[in-house]
Design a protein around this ligand. Structure first.
Ligand code: ZN
Length: 465
């Protein structure tokens, strides 16, 4: 655990603003290889009067600091102790901000890697709402000899780390620390972005650039860690770097579960056409082959997505971006399997077809092969193209509830078409009675993949009746 040399530090101050307020006391515990190696503390003369409320809270009075050294006078020794070490503090940004400003006034450059014990506690014990020092002292049974004094609080941090290691094990603690230390800084165009504000929940996130240009839409089961991954410094992918440089605003929509996030992502990408999402498929000409093996003489019919009757979904083969692509695919299949051009609908008129003249077609067009035998071979050739059959009786709702049980949604689906998501019985009724199914390739893919992967472990409401 924390094998490197670390400093557990706490400062007392004249107020809460690191830009104007000053340090009145510094206390630190030094540790290395998991053992404490020293302690150091000093009162600091802030050069300004300490407000009475703060004097009452910390017990540090104007009289006590009157003869203490100024920060400038201890800066050199303090810097020697801190230099190159991981700085551990409770609400670390606060202490770090004060230290940096005091060092700057003293003409000393200081920067350090930070580990915040509030964030660490939140990560290790997410079920608890409060992570302030008093709550942690009470929860983990740590003794504090001098609460609100710098060294007293710094010692508490050390005791907490020891306690946590004993409670959850060195390995889990190390993993949590490592993951926190990897936390990237906010991108340059978004200096105020706090990753802590982003929920660790499923949903969709949107990045916008200058003039609110949509840059990227993504989804995740954990919004915070996914957004952070975009800005991790070890990311060297060109697209990620561009997004990090261009982003000016981040938005997110929480969903109850993964399916809701997947569906919204597909729709937002289509709606906003963000700069860095993959090029959108143009679906104006999306089409498929409709064919029934039990009618062997009738060749496959090319149907466009708009005319597809989704009740006959299991008679559909393939989804193609254009009629041309569909016919090309069929021609390749016919050639590879020695099928007849007339019985596959690629050629009009009477036999022999052109392929039979080239001795490719087995001769269904001239009676050498029965239509039924040809249909069997066509079915085999088509098997890879077959659309996944809708595994339900008809219209369904898929209910998703988030981990805490607080947020719940019902996604209304009908034969691979998405009709909407309801958060109440009224909304469900409205969607169920109003919306007409419109086929969308991305939604089909999202749903087919999701249902396959979840192996039936979804909460389904039958809406067929
Ligand atoms: Zn033929």
């Amino acid at each position: 655990m924390l094998d490197q040399p670390i400093i557990l530090l706490d400062v007392e101050t004249t107020g809460a603003n690191p830009a104007y307020d000053r340090i009145t006391e510094i206390g630190l515990v030094e540790a290395d290889a998991g053992r404490p190696t020293g302690e150091w503390s000093t009162l600091v003369n802030p050069g300004v009067s300490i407000p009475p409320a703060i004097q009452a809270l910390t017990g540090i009075t104007n009289e006590m600091v009157a003869l203490a050294p100024t920060f400038a006078e201890v800066a050199e020794e303090l810097h020697r102790r801190l230099e190159g070490k991981l700085l551990v503090a409770h609400n670390a940004r606060f202490d770090y901000g004060f230290l940096r400003n005091e060092f700057r006034r003293a003409g000393v450059r200081y920067s350090a890697k930070l580990l915040c014990t509030v964030k660490l506690s939140r990560k290790l014990f997410p079920r608890h709402a409060h992570h302030n020092l008093d709550s942690l002292i009470a929860r983990h049974g740590v003794v504090c000899s001098a609460r609100h004094r710098a060294l007293g609080d710094a010692r508490v941090l050390w005791e907490l780390l020891r306690e946590w290691r004993a409670e959850i094990g060195a390995e889990t603690l190390r993993e949590a620390v490592t993951s926190l230390l990897r936390t990237p800084s906010a991108p340059p165009g978004l200096p105020d972005l706090s990753f802590d504000d982003i929920p660790e929940a499923p949903g969709v996130y949107l990045f916008y650039g200058e003039n609110d240009l949509p840059l990227y839409v993504g989804k995740s089961v954990n919004l915070r860690s996914r957004v952070m991954a975009h800005f991790a410094s070890d990311h060297r992918e060109t697209r990620e770097m561009r997004i990090a440089q261009q982003v000016r605003r981040v938005e997110w929509i929480e969903t109850a579960g993964e399916l809701g996030a997947l569906i919204r992502e597909a729709r937002l990408v289509k709606q906003l056409a963000p700069l860095h999402n993959r090029l959108l498929r143009r679906e104006a000409e999306l089409c498929s082959f409709h064919w029934r093996p039990e009618r062997p003489g009738a060749p496959p019919q090319l149907v466009s997505a708009r005319e597809i009757d989704f009740a006959q979904f299991d008679s559909l083969y393939g989804l193609f971006r254009s009629r041309r692509a569909a016919l090309e695919a069929l021609r390749e299949i016919a050639q590879a399997h020695g099928l007849c051009l007339i019985l596959t609908g690629l050629e009009k008129g009477r036999g022999p077809c052109f392929a039979h003249q080239l001795k490719r077609c087995h001769g269904a067009c001239v009676g050498k092969e029965s239509a039924a035998a040809h249909a069997v071979r066509l079915m085999r050739a088509f098997s890879g193209l077959r659309m996944q059959a809708w595994p339900f009786r008809g219209r369904i709702g898929v209910r998703e509830t988030d981990a805490s049980g607080g947020r719940s949604e019902v996604h209304v689906l009908d034969r691979w078409c998405y009709l909407g998501s309801a958060h109440s019985e009224e909304e469900l009724h409205e969607i169920n009675s109003g919306a007409k199914p419109v086929f969308d390739l991305d939604t089909y893919r999202v749903l087919a993949r999701f249902l396959k992967r979840s192996h039936g472990a979804v909460s389904v409401v039958d809406l067929a009746a």
